[in-house]
Design a binder for this molecule. Structure first.
Ligand code: G16
Ligand code: MG
Length: 214
């Protein structure tokens, strides 16, 4: 029935949100701002540039483009240092079993992430070997909820949207998948994720055979 699965990265395959949180908190010290956990939730799935704009808005801080560019670079340097220590133990529960089932059953597998650092995270965790296509923040011009990142994944796998299922933890990502005409499985809580075809707490709660019911 379906030919391919497209995975978001942060919050689906690994939890890099903790590192983004730390890196933004470090940066925020420069303008006396402490990012809260609730605010960090709102940064999930959105680009680095959009994240800084939101943070500066919360901090009620006006910055020039020049200053913003410096801060974006600094935030990323902190983040790169944090993710340089990542390893396979950080792959989220059930992910490897699910990827193996998909491969054994002939599904194609692609990544659809907003992150410009997706490649290094996939390498550090060893996840990279599972993917036939990697579409990340370097390959797209429009952020989720625009469907571009997933449509490029579909294209790279030579599939059509109706052949594909997207796995997402962020509302912007669920909206992107729906806008692209794909089925979508939300990872997380049905109290905060809307519009998915199915919601699961983690990959321990799904089998490849369940996909046929979508
Ligand atoms: C991830 C995170 C976002 C982050 C974005 C850009 O997206 O969820 O919080 O802002 O990547 O990351 P970077 O600064 O590494 O380019 P996704 O789509 O993998 O969930
Ligand atoms: Mg995500």
């Amino acid at each position: 029935k379906y030919k391919a699965c497209l995975f978001d990265l942060d919050g689906v395959l690994v939890d890099t949100a903790i590192y983004h949180f730390q890196a933004w908190r470090t940066l925020g010290k420069q303008f006396d701002f402490e990012l809260s956990h609730e605010q960090n939730e709102e940064l999930k799935g959105i680009s680095r540039v959009e994240s800084l704009d939101k943070i500066l808005h919360w901090a009620q801080f006006q910055a020039t483009q020049e200053q913003k560019d410096i801060w974006l670079k600094e935030k990323n340097e902190t983040y790169l240092e944090l993710i340089s220590h990542m390893n396979p133990s950080e792959i989220l529960p059930g992910v490897l079993t699910f990827l193996k089932q998909l491969k054994d059953q002939g599904y194609l597998i692609a990544l659809g992430s907003a992150s410009k650092n997706a490649q290094i995270i996939l390498e550090k965790t060893g996840l990279i070997t599972w993917f036939q296509a990697i579409i990340d923040g370097n390959k797209v011009t429009k952020s989720k909820p625009d469907p571009e990142v997933f449509l490029k994944g579909v294209e790279a796998l030579a599939c059509s949207p109706a052949d594909c299922i997207v796995f997402e933890d962020a509302q912007a990502g669920i909206d992107a998948a729906k806008a692209g005409g794909m089925k979508v499985v939300g990872i997380g809580s049905s109290a905060i994720l809307f519009g998915a075809d199915k919601i699961i707490p983690s990959f321990n709660d799904i089998q490849v055979s369940d996909l046929l019911l979508l």
